[in-house]
Design a protein. Structure first.
Length: 238
């Protein structure tokens, strides 16, 4: 049933796909598709505009137009389906991907294999490192200090290994092109299971990367956790 009502409108010419609006929408009525924010279905948008203040480029506004009536029951079903799909996706990765085999490392053991005193030593303490591949109940997460890194950071920050990795569990991902809802769900599970001690977030200075700390913030809000967090913005030419 269509009625004339308030609903969100997205100016794609201004949108850079940063995803801030996605995290702000409790109904998850907005998704990033082909690098742009789009309304999934009109019936998922309540028209209240909680997402408006989150857009750094003023690409969102509330307009009145003919649209499907807001349907909270459909929203609830949609969110449940997404949650089930996310859990199935996590299980298939953990069971089917050989590279996702959980491993913990003692960085000092690397010294046995170095060929010369000048060869850099790795401080990596866990595998896998991709956010999507790390099971929420991985043993190395228990009481860990997390280093959550946008995946472009290692290419611009040569000192990442020696300055940041030591003593931390690394989780790497892209807040623009990966599914942010899956990231939020993953961190919610981790925060509920693992008793994380501290989180350091490294993300690029570009707008789309600023979604990474928002993901962590949303997961902590959902779980009611108050984990100490340190953020650092990395320049494109650090």
């Amino acid at each position: 049933m269509k009625v004339k009502r308030n609903i969100i409108e997205i100016d794609e010419s201004k949108c850079d796909g940063c995803g801030q609006c996605v995290l702000a929408c409790a109904e998850e009525a907005i998704e990033i598709y082909d690098g742009k924010a789009r309304v999934v279905k009109d019936e998922f948008c309540d028209g209240l505009g909680a997402c408006l203040g989150e857009c750094p480029h003023d690409a969102l506004k509330i307009i009145q137009r003919e649209a499907d009536i807001f349907n909270p029951e459909a929203v609830e079903e949609y969110l449940e389906q997404k949650e089930l799909a996310s859990k199935k996706h996590d299980t298939s990765i953990a069971c089917g991907c050989p590279s996702a085999q959980i491993q913990s490392f003692d960085p000092t053991a690397y010294q046995i294999h170095v060929k010369s005193p000048t060869q850099p030593q790795s401080n990596l303490a866990n595998w896998p490192v991709k956010i999507r591949l790390i099971p929420s109940n991985a043993p190395f997460l228990k009481n860990a200090d997390l280093l959550v890194v946008a995946d472009c950071v290692p290419l611009t920050l040569p000192s990442l290994n020696e300055t940041y990795l030591d003593g931390k569990i690394v989780m790497i991902g892209c807040p623009k092109f990966d599914n942010r809802d899956e990231y939020v769900d993953k961190f919610v599970d981790i925060f509920n299971i693992a008793q994380i001690n501290h989180i350091t977030i490294l993300f690029m200075e570009v707008p789309c990367c600023s979604g990474l700390p928002k993901i962590i913030e949303k997961a902590m809000n959902i779980t009611g956790k108050n984990i100490p967090v340190k953020q650092q913005v990395i320049g494109i030419k650090s």
